[in-house]
Write a new protein. Structure first.
Length: 399
């Protein structure tokens, strides 16, 4: 099989999913155009030579509907001959976009591809597509599919994870993200984005004033949802529990954000043609599915499956970048994987940095690769949870 090599990658900053956010005035297509242009400028890539563009996007509605991978290429003026594919596996979508591109390259179906994701949550809000599975309680119970916060509180209840533990994860995320931002460790992959309001070049969701005291003062975010009938449903499915512990708040949950990311992959011939060196290879990709009521444990199951498939232990992996899909998921991931803080989300995670759903996995991949290079390490795992118990993971190795 061919090697699926990562040659380059760029992302926008993650900005607040509000009208005041720095990227809000850009359409998803306009944002992606700047990233496409940046990839070409940085690599000498001719768009006509790209075999396919594959993007993750979760809320495929309004401006993000109608196969945004394809329509963004047409908007950007790329050749008509470049296909575009949009994939949706909830919040792991852009990891799956990368995995699909890598598999096509490994099997010789493509020699090159651009993969990544986009989510402009200030313009196309989460749940604005009005999916019945999230809007109709009876239908949701039939499908055993609940909203993410309810799943996070169920994880905390099942695993005896305390409010103090989840708040500690949130504080660590904020502190590490602020340090990485201030030290410029995110800068190698961030493309400054031109907007009507100026240049957007820094992640803006980080809350520098966060303390354990400020986190402890926040009220539970999902208790009212639980009281509406969700707790009763979860308890019926988990008779070992006496109650659902509502430990998640706005402070230890992922922040909504606007962002996009693109990664240029190819086989060995691409580097020769362009005169550029590969940065890493996508060695293994894994998808998994587990209990849908816990919603968010798929990233853990996918990572466990990846380690089992490769024969690696957690000690063999230099860095883990695992989706901070609510703080309880991170607590459980470290427990089950046996990973300590020193190589788990070392530059913070989505709680601090923001979670532009369809783009998060690709952004995490670039963050992981930048940090492997900065520390001169070899091997990393990136994993993200999707809703309904799904999850995906990639093994990235420097070359």
């Amino acid at each position: 099989m061919n090697q699926a090599l990562i040659y380059a990658g760029l992302r926008s900053p993650r900005t607040k999913a509000k009208e005041s956010g720095a990227l809000h005035e850009l359409t998803p297509q306009a944002l992606l155009t700047q990233l496409y242009d940046g990839l070409c400028a940085g690599t000498g890539l001719n768009p006509a030579d790209v075999g396919e563009v594959i993007l993750g996007c979760v809320t495929q509605h309004g401006e993000q509907a109608a196969n945004i991978a394809r329509n963004s290429l047409l908007y950007a003026g790329w050749p008509d001959t470049v296909p575009g594919l949009t994939v949706h596996r909830f919040c792991s979508s852009s990891i799956d976009a990368l995995a699909l591109a890598a598999l096509k390259i490994q099997t010789g179906n493509l020699s090159s591809a651009v993969a990544g994701g986009v989510e402009m949550m200030s313009r196309v809000p989460m749940l604005s597509d009005a999916a019945r599975i999230f809007a109709d309680g009876e239908f949701a119970q039939r499908c055993r599919t609940l909203l993410m916060g309810s799943g996070a509180d169920l994880i905390a209840s099942r695993e005896n994870i305390s409010r103090e533990e989840v708040d500690a994860i949130a504080l660590l995320s904020q502190e590490r993200a602020a340090k990485a931002r201030d030290e410029g460790w995110f800068a190698p992959s961030i493309l400054p984005i031109k907007t009507p309001g100026g240049l957007a070049d820094r992640d803006e969701c980080i809350r520098d004033d966060t303390t354990l005291e400020s986190l402890a003062a926040l009220p539970p975010a999902f208790a009212r949802l639980g009281a509406s009938g969700v707790d009763k449903f979860q308890l019926a499915a988990n008779p070992q529990l006496d109650e659902i512990r509502h430990v998640h708040t706005a402070g230890n949950s992922p922040a909504m954000a606007d962002a996009a990311a693109t990664v240029f992959l190819g086989d060995e011939s691409v580097g020769t043609q362009l005169g550029i060196q590969p940065r890493a290879r996508v060695s293994v990709s894994v998808t998994a599915a587990t209990d849908p009521l816990q919603v968010l444990t798929g990233c853990i199951s996918a990572t466990e499956a990846l380690l089992s498939r490769t024969g690696l232990s957690a000690d063999d992996v230099d860095l883990f970048e695992v989706h901070e899909a609510f703080a309880a998921t991170s607590v459980l991931a470290k427990r089950r994987l046996g990973v300590d803080d020193e190589k788990f989300n070392v530059n913070g995670g989505c709680i601090a940095l923001g979670h532009p759903m369809g783009a998060t996995g690709a952004i995490m991949t670039l963050t992981l690769l930048d940090e492997l290079e900065r520390r001169d390490l070899q091997r990393g795992v990136v994993a993200a949870a999707g809703a309904a118990g799904s999850g995906s993971a990639l093994l990235i190795e420097r070359v």
